[in-house]
Design a protein. Structure first.
Length: 652
C-alpha cells in the first residue's frame, strides 16, 4: 500500500499548535504520559490474553523499553502491549474521537474569554490528550505498531504541520514503538534539557513512573577500567565501554507497602501516573482488610471534577487486581454511582483472575468489598466535614452534585438507606451570612415556631434575594436555603423532610408561618380573598389556562405580584428543568398571587368595576401575569406583544 497523507481535524491542529508553543511549562512530563500509555497498552494485552492466550504469540514477558540516542537526537519508547491497526491509529491519534481535544479546546477558550486563570497542566490531564505532549519536545513523531492477533504493521508519522502519513510496514512483534525526533533545544550536550541523556531519563522514570507495574528498561553505557586477576585496576589501561540492561523502576506496587512507610509525595506521584492526572489528589484512602474477604484498596478523590463527569461518555469505575495482577480497568460495580468521581484500585486475593465480567457483577466478594469501601469513604467525608470545613467545602464545590444526584436517584432504586447515608453530607447556600450550611445546622437554629425548612430556587443568589416572596421571610429573620442547581430541588423533594421538618419552597403553596403576626395577616388575607372573590375569578377567566388560580397574597409586601406553584404538583423551577430536558409533560399548576396593599391592586379593581370585559382590564391582567413570569426568570411566550402592551400603557 502506498503512503497515505491525512489531514488532522481542525481541533487537533489547534491542540498541536498549543503544544508546539509550550502550553506546558514542564516539558519533561511528556515521558510520563507516553510511559503511561505504554503501560495501558500492556494492560489491555494482558487482559485480552486471559481469554485468548494466542494473542501473546509466546511472548508474555511484558516490558517497556527506552532508547535515548545522542547521535540521531531521538528518544524511542517501545512496548509489547496490544498495539493498533490502521483504523485505530486514525481514530486514536488523528481525530478527536478518543482524545477529547474538542472539549479541551472549548473549555480553554471559554476560560480565557472570561478572563479566568487557566491551569493548562490540569486541563490537559482532565481531557486526556497526553499523547500530544510529545510534540512539545519533538520536530517529528513516528509510530510503528502492530496489533496483537494481526500480522500487518503500520507506520504513522507527523511533523505537527497539520498532516500525518500512514503506510504499511513490518514489525516482528506485537506492540507499539514511538520514536521522537527531538528538537535541537531538547537534545545534545548544549541543550538545557537533554532527553538523550541516559541519567536524565533514569531520573525522570524514578520521579514519575517508579510504580508502573511493568519493567521499564534501558541500555546503560558505562566505562570501566580493566582489572587484573586480583581485581585491582590496571595502571594506565584505557577505560572499556560496557553495555548493560537496567530496569529503571521499582515495580513494587505502592498499595502493598505499609502506610506508615509511604510519604504523601509518593501517593501523589502514584495517583498522577496511574490515572493520568496532573494535580495531586484532594484526598487519599489507603485501606487493608482481612477476614471472610481480604483486600487492599488505594482510592483517591481528584483535585477537580472531570469535564464530562455527568455525561454519558464518562466511564466510572475502579481498577481491579488479584494478587497484584491486573484483571479489569473500569469496574462499575464496586461503588454506587454517586461516588463515580472516585479513582483508585482494589487488590484482592479472593477474586479470580479468569472471572468474566458477568460473573464478577454477581460476585459476593465484590459486593462485600464495595459496601465496606462505600462506608469508609462516607465516614471519612463526615469526619472532614466536622474537622476541616474549608477542605470539605472544596470537595463539595467539585463533587457535591454527585451526592445530590445520589439522593434523587434513590427515589427510583427505593433505597431510603442511601438518603440517610447522604443527608448529613449535603451543603446548601443559606440566606444567613451567605455561607454553605448543612441541614443539621439549619434545623438547630430554627425558632420553635418555625415548622418547615424553607428554600428558594433560581439560577443565582441575586435572583433569589430579589424575589418578592423573600420579603416576608427576610423581615422575620427566617433562614432560607438557596437552591442554585436544578438537581437541588429534586434532591430535597426526595428527602421530603429532615428530622421531621418538611422542606417547603417559598414559591409553593402557603408559607404556613405560625407566629401571631403571620396568623393575623393570614386571617386578613382570607377576608380580602372573600371580599374580592369576583375580581379574582374574572382575572383567572381573563388569563384562561395560563393559571390554575388567582389569589390575594399574604406573602407580598412591596411587590405587586408573584407567581407560585400549587403544593401538590411540580414547582416552577422543576417545570423549567424538565423543559430544558425537552420533556414538557411536567407542568406546574401556576397560581398568580396579587398584593392587595399595592396601588396596582386598586387600579385593577377600578378597571374591573368599570367593566370586566374591557380590553384594558384584560391587558392589565396579562401584564401582571407576564411581570410575575419575568420575576421568576421565565420568558413570556410572546415578548413582542408584551413590549407593545407596555408601550401602549406608557403612552396613555
Amino acid at each position: 500500500m502506498a503512503k497515505e497523507t491525512h489531514e488532522f481535524q481542525a481541533e487537533t491542529k489547534q491542540l498541536l499548535d498549543l503544544m508546539i508553543h509550550s502550553i506546558y511549562t514542564n516539558h519533561e512530563i511528556f515521558l510520563r504520559e507516553l510511559i503511561s500509555n505504554a503501560s495501558d497498552a500492556i494492560d489491555k494485552a494482558h487482559f485480552e490474553s486471559l481469554t485468548n492466550r494466542d494473542l501473546l504469540e509466546g511472548d508474555d514477558a511484558f516490558e517497556i523499553f527506552l532508547v535515548p540516542d545522542k547521535e540521531s537526537h531521538t528518544l524511542t519508547i517501545s512496548d509489547n502491549g496490544i498495539g493498533m491497526n490502521k483504523e485505530e491509529l486514525i481514530e486514536n491519534i488523528g481525530t478527536i474521537a478518543k482524545s477529547g481535544t474538542k472539549a479541551f479546546l472549548e473549555q480553554l477558550k471559554k476560560a480565557k474569554e472570561s478572563g479566568e486563570s487557566v491551569d493548562d497542566k490540569e486541563m490537559i490531564g482532565q481531557f486526556g490528550v497526553g499523547f500530544y505532549s510529545a510534540f512539545m519536545v519533538a520536530d517529528k513523531v513516528t509510530i510503528v505498531t502492530r496489533k496483537a492477533g494481526e500480522q500487518q504493521a503500520w507506520k504513522w508519522e507527523s511533523a505537527a504541520d497539520g498532516n500525518y502519513t500512514i503506510e504499511e510496514t513490518e514489525k516482528e512483534k506485537r506492540g507499539t514503538t514511538i520514536t521522537i525526533s527531538l528538537a535541537k533545544e531538547f537534545a545534545g550536550d548544549a541543550a538545557e534539557e537533554d532527553f538523550t541523556d541516559q541519567y536524565k531519563i533514569e531520573s525522570l522514570v524514578k520521579k514519575y513512573s517508579d510504580y508502573v507495574r511493568y519493567p521499564i528498561k534501558m541500555n546503560f553505557e558505562t566505562e570501566e577500567i580493566p582489572k587484573d586477576k586480583d581485581g585491582k585496576p590496571i595502571k594506565d589501561a584505557k577505560p572499556e565501554k560496557k553495555t548493560e540492561v537496567r530496569t529503571l523502576n521499582s515495580m513494587e506496587p505502592l498499595w502493598t507497602k505499609n502506610k506508615a512507610d509511604i510519604k504523601k509525595e509518593a501517593y501523589n506521584e502514584f495517583f498522577k501516573n496511574q490515572f493520568h492526572e496532573w494535580e495531586d489528589p484532594m484526598e487519599v484512602f489507603h485501606t487493608k482488610a482481612e477476614g471472610s474477604v481480604s483486600y487492599t484498596a488505594l482510592l483517591c478523590i481528584p483535585a477537580h471534577a472531570p469535564f464530562n463527569l455527568y455525561q454519558q461518555d464518562y466511564e466510572p469505575g475502579l481498577q481491579l487486581y488479584s494478587r497484584h495482577v491486573f484483571i479489569m480497568d473500569k469496574c462499575k460495580d464496586l461503588l454506587p454511582d454517586y461516588l463515580r468521581f472516585m479513582k483508585g484500585l482494589v487488590d484482592s486475593p479472593d477474586l479470580s483472575l479468569n472471572i468474566s465480567r458477568e460473573l464478577l457483577q454477581q460476585s459476593r466478594e465484590l459486593k462485600v468489598i464495595g459496601r465496606a469501601l462505600e462506608k469508609n469513604i462516607l465516614k471519612a467525608l463526615g469526619r472532614k466535614l466536622k474537622s476541616n470545613r474549608e477542605d470539605y467545602e472544596k470537595f463539595w464545590n467539585e463533587f457535591g452534585k454527585s451526592l445530590k444526584i445520589g439522593v434523587y436517584n434513590s427515589m427510583y432504586s427505593g433505597s431510603s438507606d442511601t438518603r440517610e447515608k447522604l443527608q448529613d453530607l449535603l451543603l446548601f447556600l443559606s440566606s444567613k451570612e451567605g455561607k454553605l450550611v448543612t441541614l443539621k445546622e439549619y434545623v438547630e437554629r430554627m425558632p420553635e415556631s418555625q415548622k418547615k425548612i424553607y428554600y428558594a430556587t433560581a439560577k443565582d443568589k441575586e435572583t433569589i434575594e430579589n424575589l418578592p416572596q423573600m420579603e416576608t421571610l427576610r423581615d422575620k429573620g427566617i433562614e432560607v436555603l438557596y437552591l442554585l442547581d436544578p438537581v437541588d430541588e429534586f434532591c430535597l423533594e426526595t428527602l421530603h423532610a429532615y428530622e421531621e421538618k418538611p422542606f417547603h419552597s417559598i414559591s409553593r403553596g402557603d408559607l404556613d408561618l405560625d407566629d401571631a403576626e403571620s396568623q393575623e395577616v393570614k386571617k386578613e388575607t382570607e377576608e380580602l380573598q372573600k371580599d374580592n372573590g369576583d375580581l379574582m375569578k374574572d382575572i383567572k377567566e381573563a388569563l384562561g389556562d395560563k393559571v390554575a388560580d388567582v389569589k390575594v397574597s399574604s406573602r407580598l409586601k412591596s411587590s405587586a405580584v408573584c407567581l407560585v406553584a400549587d403544593e401538590a404538583g411540580p414547582s416552577l423551577s422543576m417545570e423549567q428543568a424538565f423543559s430544558d430536558m425537552k420533556n414538557p409533560l411536567f407542568k406546574a399548576k401556576r397560581i398568580l398571587e396579587i398584593n392587595p396593599h399595592h396601588e396596582l391592586f386598586g387600579r385593577l379593581k377600578a378597571l374591573h368595576d368599570a367593566g370586566k370585559d374591557s380590553q384594558e382590564f384584560k391587558d392589565y391582567c396579562g401584564l401582571l401575569y407576564t411581570q410575575a413570569l419575568l420575576i421568576e426568570g421565565i420568558l413570556p411566550e410572546n415578548p413582542v406583544e408584551f413590549a407593545n402592551k407596555v408601550a401602549e400603557l406608557m403612552a396613555k
